[in-house]
Design a binder for this molecule. Sequence first.
Ligand SMILES: Nc1ncnc2c1ncn2[C@@H]1O[C@H](COP(=O)(O)OP(=O)(O)O)[C@@H](O)[C@H]1O
Ligand SMILES: [Mg+2]
Length: 152
Amino acid sequence: MTRSTVPARRLRLPLGTVESAAAMEALGAGLADQLQPGDVLALSGDLGTGKTTLVRGLAARLGVEPEAVASPTFALVHLYQGDVFSILHADFYRIDAPGEIEAAGILEQLEDPELLSIVEWPGIACDLLPAHTIWLELSMDGLGRRVVQPPA
Ligand SMILES: Nc1ncnc2c1ncn2[C@@H]1O[C@H](COP(=O)(O)OP(=O)(O)O)[C@@H](O)[C@H]1O
Ligand SMILES: [Mg+2]
């Protein structure tokens, strides 16, 4: 497999404190406007930090029913049909070794130029994800959450 060596883009939108779940969905919608098929978005952060909520807002902006969006903890991936392109939603929470991701064929899907891919719990795959992967870190911040794009 040929690995992309194109570096990740910096996002052009205000990150930082996100005070409610609704604001997290709105942030996701804003993110959707800066993403395109072929992009990979990695969302790291502990349980409950809003990763799936962000994906819900993002996918909804692209034409996906919000109710369809849930952590694919057991399925490993969900595929949502948007208005113009499909969104792959992966969750590596239950992955114990990087080889399991390769064995499941998920790396090929992440390289698919026709899919926008989003990965929850990407840490175990940090050496496998494409170089152009855009990383965001989510964390608890009082009653709200904090979202940052760490320096490349
Ligand atoms: N910015 C936020 N502020 C407050 N609560 C939030 C925020 N984002 C999400 N939540 C809430 O946190 C809970 C966990 O969100 P979820 O998206 O499932 O987290 P994760 O996928 O990271 O485990 C949900 O009840 C959700 O509504
Ligand atoms: Mg989740």
